[in-house]
Design a protein around this ligand. Structure first.
Ligand SMILES: [Zn+2]
Length: 144
């Protein structure tokens, strides 16, 4: 009962929270892409780092890049893998036998995490390319 009330409260609170925070909050919140107008280099920085080019150390500009589908697929694969393993061990699900032994569970874990990483690295590459293109459009071509 209390849990249900809690969930309801959270649902009610959600729109207000979104209105307060920036509308396009990144999913992992940890990284940003910056474009350097001096040399055209795109750097991936932690959100709290100063906007400095990693190539030439000059000031760089933040380029907002949306997550491409590859990154989202990577996140979904890891979440699905976690659910698959957790449910397989705790609930009476059809794939229970597939997660019955430790070697099997490790195998699945490696498979899901590996596939998830492949997609999220692919996504990071795509985002870097988008950041380079957008940076050139917004802040001008590098003068070389
Ligand atoms: Zn630079």
């Amino acid at each position: 009962m209390a849990l249900q009330a809690n969930r309801k409260k959270r649902l009610l609170l959600r729109p207000r929270c979104d209105a307060v925070f920036k509308p396009r909050r990144p999913l992992n919140g940890g990284v940003k892409f910056v474009y350097c107008p001096s040399c055209g280099h795109v750097s991936m920085l932690a959100r709290l780092e100063r906007d400095v080019c990693q190539n030439c150390r000059k000031d760089a500009r933040v380029v907002r890049v949306r997550y491409p589908w590859q990154t989202l697929v990577g996140i979904v694969i890891i979440l699905a893998g976690t659910a698959f393993l957790l449910l397989g061990q705790t609930q009476d699900v059809p794939w229970r036998d597939l997660t019955a032994t430790l070697p099997l569970r490790i195998g699945w874990f490696v498979l899901f995490v590996g596939a998830g990483l492949v997609f999220s690295m692919w996504g990071a590459r795509v985002m870097r390319a988008i950041a380079a293109k957008k940076g050139r459009e917004q802040f001008g071509e590098a003068s070389t």
